[in-house]
Ligand binder design. Sequence first.
Ligand SMILES: [Zn+2]
Length: 87
Amino acid sequence: MPEIKCSNKNCNRLWWYKGKAPFYATCPACLRKVNISKNRTGRQQLEPKPPETREETINRILARDTQKTTESECERLKKIEESTKGF
Ligand SMILES: [Zn+2]
């Protein structure tokens, strides 16, 4: 979601725009209609990610540990395998 800055110079409110309107957002402070594309700050707030699947967890750990996989790492991976079996 984009961050928007109110175009009202007396307000200058910053907020994360969560709505679906393509052009105008209403400022939560002064209720002015603000042009989204002109007044976005360029910052993006990341949407919360959905919980990763068992495969994604394992792939991520494998990818990260490819360079330094030791015996204990293998044990840890096995434990992760066990703990994620219910997925
Ligand atoms: Zn405002």
